[in-house]
Design a protein around this ligand. Structure first.
Ligand SMILES: *Cc1c(COP(=O)(O)O)cnc(C)c1O
Length: 465
């Protein structure tokens, strides 16, 4: 399998090159040349596999330049650190199924991709005798998951930008209390979009990127999307065992990374995934896209589900490539135009095509809180505010779903967002071991203005070369 850019400006490359490149050199995003599809026979062989074995089978379709035994080993060690053998258990809450994605070291779904990415980087760097400086922006969960994916690893330093004072206190502590000295936290005086824009600008300075061997961990890295495809397939099989039906997934969405993995899984299993519900909080650019056919920038609204507080969805371009029938010139022109005007409009035909795959709803903060309470009252189960957005979207879209079983993605452990949970049910969620005593540890961070050159200076002084 080779990889191409959504903007068509690079020669096809191999998987390991795509992992190291992050953002494509022409400013586009990397995608496999073709999206694989698996037939019924293969699905029958897969349906009873344990998580790491299934991950191996799925990833093998997309990776042809890592020896199979090595790939298997990298997958196994990545998922052995999860606190349950199932890795991503599926829970039956009667009205819907819940896919628990928070059993990794930082208690959010991003661990699933970033534990693997850390292992891939370590393997590739050792093999190529290279060093790497990872640069990324986070609205909370990505940063801690990325830091836990690479902390203490040889030949890697990591620089993570987060919006100062705008991530939850626990998320900030998870990042800043890591003591390994290859970890650099940069708190930017601005929003998450500022952080993301700075990272994008630094990556597009190719001299700087080459000099410091910059690598990406944001959801623009293809390996992250790929790792996430696996749990859609895994969850589908678990629910199929019970219901013998195709399924709908509800996905709390920010940067479009997770739900894009769902889109790849939907292709892989052809008609087994009936629809994907794209659930947003009050930052609803993607809901307006699905429902009204406009992709138009607004301003970021801070909410109680901060990991979805975005306006520009960095993975959207990947979907655009398929929506435009793989016309990379059209993607390129559209994205260049979007960077000037801040909006894209879509034809009737394109809107119809989008609605074949997606439904969408935007959920406000009152609805989110009410949903946490309703689920708790009915089942005794506590969900985090991101997960609640996905659950509430299902309720709103109920009349469109017939009797198809719905799987809601539980993207974070509720203890990461104690304020919202307490507001909903009047008590704190129990803190798992990983979150205890965080506030007693020493914190390390550097506060910088939202200024590209200041951030570059800081990286130059601390990078591995
Ligand atoms: C990152 C994140 C999301 C959004 O995922 P995207 O891939 O950015 O769409 C949702 N919930 C939680 C808890 C997250 O950390």
């Amino acid at each position: 399998m080779k990889y191409i850019s959504t903007r068509g400006g690079i020669e096809p490359i191999k998987f390991t090159q795509a992992v190291m490149m992050g953002l494509a050199r022409d400013g586009g995003l990397l995608l496999p040349e073709t999206l694989p599809v698996v037939d019924e026979d293969t699905q029958n062989k897969w349906k009873d596999l344990c998580y790491p074995d299934l991950a191996f089978e799925v990833m093998k379709l997309f990776i042809s330049d890592i020896p199979e035994e090595t790939l298997k080993h990298l997958i196994n060690i990545s998922y052995a650190v999860f606190d349950t053998k199932e890795v991503t258990p599926v829970i039956d809450l009667k009205d819907f199924y819940l896919l628990e994605l928070f059993h990794g070291p930082t208690l959010a779904f991003k661990d699933i991709a970033l534990q693997l990415l850390g292992n891939l980087f370590e393997y590739l760097l050792a093999k190529q005798d290279k060093k790497m400086n990872i640069l990324g922006a986070t609205s909370g969960d990505t940063g801690s998951a990325a830091i836990y994916g690479v902390k203490g690893r040889k030949n890697i330093n990591i620089f993570i930008l987060h919006p100062h004072g705008r991530v939850s206190p626990i998320q900030a502590l998870q990042m800043t209390t890591v003591s390994e000295n290859n970890v650099f936290n940069i708190a930017i005086e601005g929003t998450f979009d500022d952080c993301q824009a700075i990272v994008k600008a630094i990556f597009s300075d190719l001299n700087f990127k080459d000099k410091y061997q910059l690598g990406a961990v944001n959801s623009i890295n293809w390996a992250r999307v790929l790792a996430q495809v696996v749990y859609y397939v895994y969850a589908y099989f678990r629910v199929f065992e019970q219901t013998r039906q195709s399924v709908i997934f509800s996905v709390p969405t920010g940067n479009f990374g997770d739900i894009f993995a769902g889109y790849v899984a939907k292709n892989l299993l052809s008609n087994k995934i009936h629809k994907l519900i794209l659930a947003t909080n009050e930052n609803d650019i993607l809901t307006r896209f699905v429902c009204k056919g406009e992709y138009k920038l607004g301003t970021v609204i801070p909410t109680i589900s901060p990991s979805m507080d975005i306006q520009i969805a960095s993975n959207f371009e990947r979907y655009l490539y398929y929506l435009y029938d793989q016309d990379s010139k059209k993607v390129k022109d559209t994205m260049l135009n979007f960077s000037k005007t801040g909006y894209i409009t879509f034809s009737e035909d394109e809107q119809r095509k989008t609605k074949l795959d997606f439904l969408s709803a935007s959920i406000n903060q009152t609805e989110t809180i009410n949903t946490i309470k309703e689920v708790y009252d009915k089942t005794g189960y506590i969900v985090d505010p991101h997960t609640a957005v996905g659950i509430c979207a299902v309720k709103k879209l109920k009349s469109n779903l017939a009797d198809t079983p719905v799987i809601c993605l539980a993207t974070a452990h509720p203890a990461k967002f104690p304020d919202a949970v307490k507001k909903a049910i009047g008590k704190d969620p129990e803190r798992p071991k990983a979150l205890k005593d965080l506030d007693k540890k020493e914190q390390r961070l550097k506060i910088l203005p939202a200024d590209i050159s200041k951030v570059k200076d800081y990286i130059s002084k601390n990078a591995l070369i």
